[in-house]
Design a protein around this ligand. Structure first.
Ligand code: PLP
Length: 418
């Protein structure tokens, strides 16, 4: 039977590995395995309490129909106040547009600015959906590494070279606080970045889902720098700060004409974000700041605990991230000793190391080659399970026979095979 040929984009499409590992973990759990799930960047806490109350009431009150594509006016006003008060961004309601999460703005940003062949600078390790969203527009991804030596902060020299050497330079993707490394761009990094970009034809996507998870100092957005509003789309989410990942609620801040265009894109793609979700979000930002900050404090303690525990494992070096709820330890000595890639090590911990217990995490290469040799752990489990995960890792990497069997069965995870 003849079937329609697929587009080159569909044939080449890559996706977020965390969701693939999530699927394997769920399957193993359903089959009775005790899996400690540290693979996906989700919160173990219930959604913000006012969001729950208001969201349920909003359903009963009939807020179950279409709404404006840009978002409810009162929500946009509340969000502009939040970024004004907390991050010093000179925004009004007209600067804000609401979508189901931060992720859709990656696509909308690419559609706003990119033509096929345009060059986009992405710091690596990078969030895995940036590349497919650039591919949607046929743009070329130019990468620059984030390194532990620079505390995983963006290298402005790389931006300078990109602007100088790429005739089709059109955009920069910045993610701070950074997933997966936990690096945070300093205020002076952002001032330097703004100085480089001002007066050019280059736009900035500033991905800021972890804006409330900065453990040392405070969050800075490039939008607060002079002249950046006209060239920047900054994306925020309720997934992390308010534990509302499944509600799908996020927003972007940008110049009003750009926000209007994104509103048109939402109109053509998804119509709107569900109004009851937006009312729940509005309740969260209006009433739950203290609850949010308490929860962020809990995350910080979890991250500290995980870093401390990982530090006791030979061959693992974990530094406290400056932001986010991830820990990104360097496991290169273990990978070298076992002849396994870091994602191979992650999959071995999940599937191969033990029949009854597994730990789900991600290899750094899920975020690009610059992530090789690292693992990413989220902190989405209770503290005793975090401790158990590290104890399991320490023991699992000594089970030489099981490692060899796993590599025999999965040769693609042998170091040096890809
Ligand atoms: C860097 C980064 N960008 C975007 C997102 C997407 O968040 P949302 O749930 O708001 O779509 C995440 C979520 O993990 C993230 O880590």
């Amino acid at each position: 039977m003849t079937t329609p040929s697929l587009s080159a984009f569909a044939r080449g499409l890559t996706a977020e590995t965390a969701f693939d590992v999530l699927a394997v973990a769920k399957k193993l759990k359903a089959a009775g395995k005790d899996v400690i799930e540290l693979q996906i960047g989700d919160s173990p806490y219930p959604s913000s309490s006012s969001a729950l109350v208001t969201g349920k009431a909003a359903l009963d009150a009939g807020h179950t129909h279409y709404g404006p594509s840009m978002g409810l006016p009162e929500f946009r006003a509340g969000l502009s106040k939040l970024v004004r008060d907390e991050f010093g961004i000179a925004a009004g309601p007209e600067n804000v547009v609401v979508a189901p999460g931060a992720k859709p703005f990656e696509q909308f940003f690419c559609e706003l600015f990119l033509e096929p062949g345009d060059a986009v600078l992405v710091f690596e390790p990078a969030f895995p959906t940036y590349a497919p969203n650039l591919a949607r527009r046929g743009a070329a991804m130019v990468t620059a590494p984030l390194t532990p030596e620079r505390e995983f902060r963006p290298d402005l020299g790389a931006v300078e070279r990109f602007l100088r050497d790429e005739p089709r330079a059109k955009a920069v993707f910045l993610n701070s606080p950074h997933n997966p490394t936990g690096g945070v761009a300093s205020k002076s990094d952002l001032e330097g970045l703004a100085a480089l970009l001002r007066g050019t034809n280059v736009a900035l996507f500033s991905d800021e889902p972890y804006c409330h998870m900065v453990w040392s100092g405070r969050h800075h957005s490039p939008l607060a720098e002079p002249g950046m509003m006209e060239r920047t789309v900054a994306a925020y989410t309720f997934s992390k700060s308010y534990s509302m990942s499944g509600w799908r609620c996020g927003f972007a801040v940008t110049a009003p004409p750009l926000a209007d265009l994104i509103g048109k894109m939402i109109n053509t793609a998804i119509s709107c974000t569900p109004p009851f979700v937006q009312l729940a979000g509005l309740a969260a930002i209006t009433h739950d700041a203290a609850e949010r900050d308490r929860t962020m404090g809990e995350f910080r303690k979890k991250v500290e605990l995980l870093v401390r525990e990982l530090g006791t494992v030979p061959g693992v070096s974990a530094v406290m991230p400056v932001g986010t709820f991830y820990v990104f330890p360097d496991v290169r000595p273990i990978c070298r000793r076992l002849g396994i890639t870091s994602h191979g090590l992650a999959m071995y911990l999940l599937e191969g190391a033990d029949d009854r217990v597994g730990v789900a995490c991600l290899g750094g290469e899920c975020f690009g080659t610059a992530g090789q040799g690292f693992l990413r752990f989220s902190t989405a489990e209770p503290d005793d399970r975090l401790r158990a995960a590290v104890a399991f890792l320490a023991e699992a990497v000594t089970r030489t026979k099981r490692i060899e069997e796993y590599l025999e069965a999965h040769p693609k995870y042998r170091a040096g095979t890809n």
